[in-house]
Design a binder for this molecule. Sequence first.
Ligand code: CUA
Length: 314
Amino acid sequence: MITGFPTLSGTVDRVFFFIAAVSLLILVLVTASMIYFVIRYSRERNPHPEDIEGNLLLEAVWTLIPTVLVLAMFYYGYAGFKYMRAAPKNAMIVKVTARQWSWLFEYENGKKSGELNVPLGKPVKLVMTSADVLHSLFIPVFRIKEDTVPGQETYLWFIADRPGTFDIFCAEYCGVAHSAMLSKVNVMPGDTFGGWLKEGVKAAKADAAKEPQEDVSAERGASLVAEKGCVGCHSIDGSRMLGPTFKGIYNRKVVVITGGKEREIISDEEYLKRAILNPGADIVKGYPPVMPSQEGLLTDGEVGEIVLYLKTLK
Ligand code: CUA
């Protein structure tokens, strides 16, 4: 327990172990009596069957005890659930956007990240939504999981009670790269986190105010590629993922399938723009036709910046 709050994992685990212990006890009792009855009341020992009258005491006992146990399970479960749904007022808010197939975390000062960085021992509230289909944010180590829904906000909260790096999964089937929709939660001491949170925010604001220059906008292209989730399916180091790698993508000769027919093209600027806005038009041979169109999700300027960035990946 840190900062006066019990951790959610403690709350969840207590109910889990209580139910597991009760189940184990009942399993042992039932199995033991079954074996005892098989032996004690076998036909060999009891050649003449006899009727048994009811036993009021026994019936009362086996009704009351399970009722009390089940009510206790309900009480612990419900108390834990209420606690999980009541985020503390002072919780730090992080906006979460899920999309096919990446997570984006946005902080109150405008900082954006593809991984969830949080301070140790402070309550964090995740306000979540989805840009496309249903996803589900799942952080097993903190025992929290909640769907993200397009056009709607859902939330979760937790207190990280140990430093380290832990897994984030998508727990709702959301398409071909669902299993690759992974991220990390990095729990850091308060001052380390404070430093990280400030890092780069002022510079980004100053950049946005400046007239876009060639290299500046290629840099912005690089952060867009991370934010918009492109790197969930396209590597920048040449390795094969769900989609073709970005490495050396500019002016590469590629075989694409256009309207069912193969043809060879050069992936010039025009092709790259088309591949972002209308990815189904020319599918690179050997890859599934799964990329969601970014039409309306990216501005023309942003598409330009991404293409500029792709040109730098030689
Ligand atoms: Cu997102 Cu599964």
